[in-house]
Write a protein that binds this ligand. Structure first.
Ligand code: FES
Length: 400
């Protein structure tokens, strides 16, 4: 049977339409010539949630372990940050530091609850890597009153009701604990409604930082529990060995759950095959930032003939050549730029956020496939992320 379609219209519609331009012109002409209100509520909310920069100040420093300190940061109203931006448990802030003439950024995951940010406090944990460049600088120079420049909270490892299961299984070690501590704090204060079972891998019990606080949170709330997995010693109420599929299944009875992984590269390497055996749908497996690769030359597809070589990178910004800088094949272009004091926008340092987006106009780079998140169109037009690109020849780079 044919459907009958009735269209109601009249010449009046056309006539009214013809009148619209002159009507609009009249309204414009009658409008006052004073500047428009630039302070719309939606803009204020957007600026509060996503400030381009946050000026912070160190409120206090707490020793957590032999090599880890907690920094409690507040807004620095004297420089224009009246309130801290809100965040989701699992997100990080990228701090900018000037060390000598180098300008560098580092992402640090917030370990406090978002609720605490409403009381003007962020907490980050900084573990000192004695061979590192940034963490020793922070340990040695940040004291109460130090001014800190940071970007807005960022990162994708947070609970998304539309995508994730409410049952979250967290896999971590001391390098990724901040994100799960933030979630546990938020579960405890009622700002996050999930069930979190956390597997915390460490060599020895005394290396599992923040254990006391995690235990307190676990006994205060039955929506959070933590299982310590020690590889190098036996200890009361701890599992011995590594995080495996069998261990996860021993503690997790839910049939549907999301796995969140955040921690060091060795943790990622160990748990990835175990997660694969769980045969979960891909959307239920989430990874935190992979961070900078420590030894890229050890990756199987790294071009072996580039090992030990140094190339020259011509850097152009706003049409002006900033110089030719030396870059080792085993360091990212971002590190080389920062070392030369060339400021490049960067947030995640893992190829995810796109803030460091630059154009390679000549030369070749190596980009590990696991961290190459560029769109096909970007890669075909020479767009690269210097935070995860290694020079393989002399090159020319246009930065933002
Ligand atoms: S800093 Fe995020 S993609 Fe480079």
């Amino acid at each position: 049977m044919k459907n009958k379609v009735v269209v109601n219209s009249s010449f009046k519609d056309i006539k009214n339409f013809i009148n619209i331009p002159s009507l609009r012109k009249g309204v414009i002409e009658e409008a006052p010539n004073s500047p428009i209100n630039a302070n719309y509520a939606v803009n204020s909310t957007a600026n509060f949630l996503h400030p381009s920069i946050q000026y912070l100040i160190v409120k206090s420093v707490v020793d957590i372990s032999r090599d880890t300190k907690a920094y409690i940061l507040g807004p620095d109203a004297s420089l224009g940050t009246a309130k801290l931006a809100y965040f989701r448990p699992g997100q990080f802030i990228s701090v900018t530091l000037e060390i000598g003439h180098a300008v560098v950024t580092r992402p640090y995951t917030l370990c406090s609850s978002p609720l605490r940010s409403l009381d003007d406090e962020y907490v980050i944990l900084v573990k000192k890597d004695s061979n590192g460049f940034v963490s020793p600088f922070i340990h040695n120079t940040w004291v109460k009153g130090t001014k800190v420049k940071a970007a807005a909270p960022f990162g994708n490892l947070f609970y998304q009701p539309l995508r994730d299961s409410k049952n979250i299984v967290g896999l971590t070690d001391e390098y990724g604990i901040s994100s799960f501590l933030s979630m546990a704090e938020a579960i405890n204060d009622g700002t996050l409604d999930i069930d979190l079972t956390l597997f915390y891998s460490a060599r020895k019990k005394n290396e599992a930082i923040m254990m006391d606080r995690l235990n307190e949170l676990a006994s205060a709330n039955n929506k959070f529990r933590v299982i310590y997995v020690l590889s190098d010693e036996r200890a009361d109420k701890c599992e011995r060995g590594f995080i495996t599929k069998t261990l996860i299944e021993k503690y997790v009875s839910a049939t549907r759950y999301s796995v969140f992984v955040n921690g060091s590269t060795p943790l990622y390497n160990r748990v990835t095959p175990q997660i694969a055996e769980l045969k979960l749908e891909q959307k239920y497996i989430r990874y935190g930032l992979s961070g900078q690769i420590k030894n890229p030359a050890s990756l199987p597809d790294f071009p072996k003939d580039a090992v030990g070589k140094t190339f020259l990178c011509k850097v152009i910004k706003d049409g002006e050549t900033l110089g030719k800088i030396p870059c080792s094949a085993e360091e990212t272009l971002l590190v080389a730029l920062e070392r030369e004091g060339i400021a490049v926008q960067s947030v995640c340092r893992s190829g995810e956020c796109g803030f460091c987006r630059s154009k390679l106009t000549s030369g070749n780079v190596y980009i590990p496939k696991d961290v190459d998140s560029r769109r096909l169109a970007d890669s075909s037009f020479g767009i690269i992320h210097p935070c995860c690109s290694y020079p393989m020849s002399n090159l020319t780079l246009i930065i933002n």
